[in-house]
Write a protein that binds this ligand. Structure first.
Ligand code: GRF
Length: 208
């Protein structure tokens, strides 16, 4: 018997150009993801993601990091904003700040992130540069639930790309981002169809 699914409400956090955000918008619009994008939250008033949201008719909440006295004030404002929006899922799509522990805890199991490396290798900033310097032969991207650490939460899915001898950071970044635009919408879709179950460190894929 198939279950009755209510349409999920998702909110996206992005700090930059937002190509992953666009991939989610496109996949909502073409029906691959059954959800409504209710808000874009950004910490950067000049982020290109804002233009993408406006073109798609998605409300934008700018929480300008530089306008706060300190990180705690920013975190408090972000936390309250997130509580008010209260979606089923937050998607971190190139959100370039580490969430404070309280926020990570509050939305545990309801927040996912895309990282341009095969975690647990190369967490943090400049993941593609780290991969090229290390000399790995395979790289890729990871979509994971967010926990209180940096890129440490339970892994939903990973996609791989080869690394070639003459790759530099830019070439690898370009190859990986194409996979990100597939992996992130797929993870969002699985979440929105109630197909993900977190069991400790593992995320089980249910076949609903
Ligand atoms: C992506 O590589 C994502 O994995 C990382 O930041 C980048 C954001 O790119 N967290 P975009 O803004 O989605 O184009």
């Amino acid at each position: 018997m198939s279950k009755l699914l209510t349409m999920k409400r998702i909110a996206v956090l992005a700090s930059g150009r937002g190509s992953n955000f666009q991939a989610i918008i496109d996949n909502v619009n073409n029906g691959f993801i059954n959800a409504e994008i209710v808000c874009l939250i950004t910490d950067k008033p000049g982020a290109y993601s804002i233009k993408r949201a406006e073109s798609a008719g998605i409300p934008v909440k700018v929480i300008d990091y530089s306008s706060f006295e300190n990180r705690d004030e920013y975190n408090k404002n972000l936390h309250e904003t997130m509580l008010k929006i209260n979606p089923d899922l937050f998607v971190l799509a190139g959100y370039m700040r580490l969430l404070d522990k309280r926020t990570a805890k509050e939305f545990r199991g309801k927040m996912i992130n895309i990282h341009p490396a095969l975690l647990p290798a190369f967490s943090g900033l400049h993941a593609q540069r780290q991969a090229v310097s290390y000399g790995v032969k395979v790289a890729g991207c990871t979509v994971h639930f967010v926990d209180e650490g940096m890129d440490t939460g339970p892994i939903i899915l990973q996609q791989t790309v080869p690394v070639f001898d003459d790759d530099d950071e830019d070439k690898l970044t370009e190859r990986i981002i194409k996979k990100e635009h597939v992996a992130l919408p797929l993870a969002v879709k699985l979440f929105c169809e109630d197909n993900l179950k977190i069991e400790g460190r593992k995320v089980r894929l249910l076949n609903n």
